[in-house]
Design a protein around this ligand. Structure first.
Ligand code: HEC
Length: 429
């Protein structure tokens, strides 16, 4: 029952997070586009430019003022709640997904941190990220935006590296995303909104607005602009085990972020010139290269058929009430005397999967954590196991994402056994 309620809580919070995130990023893309495409030739007096557009069956005429209209309108629309709600629902989602069950989802299998320490580290990093970022922007580096951008990039990748040492692959990725998301919303809340309020107040009181504030706001909103694409990738990265599940997940994230920033740069500059059109093919090439380097290892390397598999029955406590983080996976068994391609007996594979996976992945999970099969994946029958062979390979052989938190203490030999069975064609007889 509890697991079922949690699933619906997850669903609702995730949905809200997605809706508000779409609203926030959508508005932000739209205004960047608007700014870049304003017609600035011979604007009417007081205007910076204007733009005509057609959408949804209506024709719109938008005008941007150099500073402000002669009289302020009664109803000026502000864009902030989509940002605030994206962040709040994001933090709620972090709690529902990671912090409610840190040993299963957040911590790396075998991590020396306790669940509480992991949660505190996660939350602490959001605030630390914001303060370090904000300090750097306000320092002398703020005057050297390219250098600042480079330093921020290096720091974020360093954070990804650090997270990858203590958190699960997903936990690490999501926390990099949460740190960046917190910086973005912090920029809106602490810098951009106050600057806009000061501007509106100055106009209302007929004062000249302090130019320092908008300049600060501009740097921050430029950062937000370049953050969007990497963050969007991180938010969907859960679907791609070859990224977060890799030992080099932090490097892969760096590669994807570079491609994303390059592509964003093209879209930020294309109205002026095609000077950066090269970023598109380079971005595509980067993705192809990443696909290549993250690809499955050649068969000869994987297929070290272990001669005999020693089962290590689970201690009774492992799946009872008190779930403990499992010991780190053992190093791969030396392939020394293994007959190169002994045909794997399906019964052995079946036994491993029943013991290590089916406690959760079953129509009736025996694990107290799940009331239905997680992700709809069930391993009750040989046919189901065979049908899911490619996904099993991705989750438990090529990466060690499953079993979650290695809660059922799967050994490296067992992973090798399943890998060899899949390489031999995943036969069930
Ligand atoms: C403690 C419970 C648990 C155990 C044990 C477990 N899993 Fe999972 N598995 C999950 C959960 C939860 C998800 C779903 C959603 C997610 O990815 O967070 C999942 C998702 C999956 C998916 C679908 C992922 C995708 O999106 O393609 C596969 C495949 C999978 N597990 C395979 C395995 C295999 C193989 C084993 C055993 C080696 C295993 N799992 C053991 C909990 C478990």
């Amino acid at each position: 029952m509890e697991a079922h309620l949690l699933e619906w809580l997850n669903l609702s919070v995730r949905w809200v997070h997605m809706i508000t995130g779409v609203a926030w990023i959508g508005a932000s893309f739209y205004f960047v586009w608007l700014e870049n495409n304003l017609n600035r030739v011979n604007p009417k007096s007081g205007l910076a430019g204007d733009l005509w557009a057609i959408h949804g069956g209506g024709i719109y005429h938008l005008e941007k003022y150099k500073l402000a209209p002669p009289t302020m309108p009664d109803n000026l629309h502000w864009f902030k709640w989509e940002a605030y709600f994206t962040w709040m629902s994001g933090v709620a989602l972090l709690c529902v997904v990671f912090y409610l069950n840190p040993t299963l989802y957040l911590l790396a299998p075998g991590s020396t941190l306790s669940g509480t320490e992991g949660v505190l580290l996660g939350i602490g990093s959001l605030f630390a990220g914001w303060f370090i970022y904000s300090f750097l922007c306000d320092s002398a580096l703020g005057k050297r935006p390219a250098l600042l951008g480079f330093i921020l990039f290096v720091l974020l990748i360093a954070a990804a590296y650090g997270f990858s040492k203590v958190f699960s692959g997903r936990g690490a990725y999501l926390h990099v995303g949460a740190v960046i998301g917190t910086i973005m919303v912090g920029n809106v809340f602490r810098i951009i909104m106050p600057a806009q309020r000061a501007l509106v107040a100055a106009i209302a009181e007929n004062r000249t607005p302090d130019p320092a504030l908008p300049a600060k706001g501009l740097l921050r909103s430029r950062h937000n602009n370049y953050f969007t694409l990497p963050v969007l990738f991180i938010m969907i990265s859960n679907h791609f085990p070859s990224t977060y599940g890799s030992q080099y997940n932090w490097l892969i994230l760096a590669g994807i972020a570079v491609a994303a920033v390059l592509v964003r740069h093209y879209f930020n500059t294309r109205h002026n010139s095609q000077k950066y059109a090269w970023t598109l093919p380079v971005g595509a090439l980067a993705m192809i290269s990443l696909a290549y380097v993250t690809g499955p290892k050649p068969v000869t390397e994987v297929a070290k058929a272990p001669a005999a598999i020693e089962y290590q029955p689970l201690p009774e406590t492992a799946l009872g009430g008190g779930l403990k983080p499992a010991a780190p996976a053992e190093p791969a068994a030396a392939p020394a005397a293994a007959p190169a391609q002994a045909s794997i007996d399906f019964d052995k594979v079946h036994g491993v999967i029943q013991e290590r996976c089916a406690v959760c992945h079953s129509a009736k999970p025996t694990s107290p954590l799940f009331s239905t099969a997680p992700a709809g994946v069930m391993f009750d029958t040989p046919a189901q196991i065979q049908q899911q062979a490619a996904r099993i390979q991705a989750q438990a052989v090529a990466s060690q994402i499953m079993p979650l938190g290695n809660i059922t203490q799967m050994t490296q030999q067992e992973r090798d056994l399943i890998g060899t069975w899949i390489n031999q064609g995943a036969r069930t007889n």
